[in-house]
Design a protein. Structure first.
Length: 164
């Protein structure tokens, strides 16, 4: 089989693969690649097809049948890694940067505000009773203390947010 014949078969293969791909749930390029591989295997075995265009049509249909069977029988194990529910790296990185900025600002607060807000931001999700016990203050004074500390944090972050 000459290179000219291979070049001549290319448009036929492209057309046949495009026609069969939609019906079998495969990509046309995948069908083309499988047929080229079959052809190369035959050529390597010194068994070239006697009717290349006819063989090519049959090979495309055979690959389409195989792809249809595979498509029908295969089931995905889980969600594809690329389809992780919209967790783009950029918003995740921006959210992490915001959390770091807030934590740094909390550490710069006066008095016991850093301890109060760190307890409120704790991943342990502490109750008011637990926070008050940890800080050594009454549970009733925790609400006003929290409000005062959040006001301080707001005043501290306002210039930084406005500058951005």
């Amino acid at each position: 089989m000459t290179p000219d014949l291979l070049l001549a078969l290319r448009p036929l293969l492209t057309a046949e693969a495009s026609a069969e791909a939609e019906a079998c749930g495969a990509e046309p390029g995948d069908l083309e690649q499988a047929v080229w591989l079959r052809l190369l295997e035959r050529l390597a075995a010194q068994d070239p097809p006697s009717d290349p265009p006819g063989w090519l049509r049959g090979a495309v249909r055979a690959e389409a049948r195989r792809a249809r069977r595979v498509h029908r029988l295969e089931r995905p194990y889980a969600v594809e890694p690329a389809d992780d529910g919209g967790h783009d790296p950029e918003p995740l990185a921006l959210a992490a940067a915001r959390r770091r900025a807030v934590r740094q600002a909390v550490r710069r607060l006066p008095g016991r505000c850093p301890r109060v807000l760190e307890a409120l931001l704790s991943p342990r999700d502490l109750t008011y009773r637990e926070i008050a016990g940890e800080l050594g203050i009454s549970q009733g004074s925790l609400g006003p203390e929290r409000s005062r500390c959040l006001g301080c944090l707001r005043r501290l972050l306002t210039p930084e947010v406005a500058a951005r």
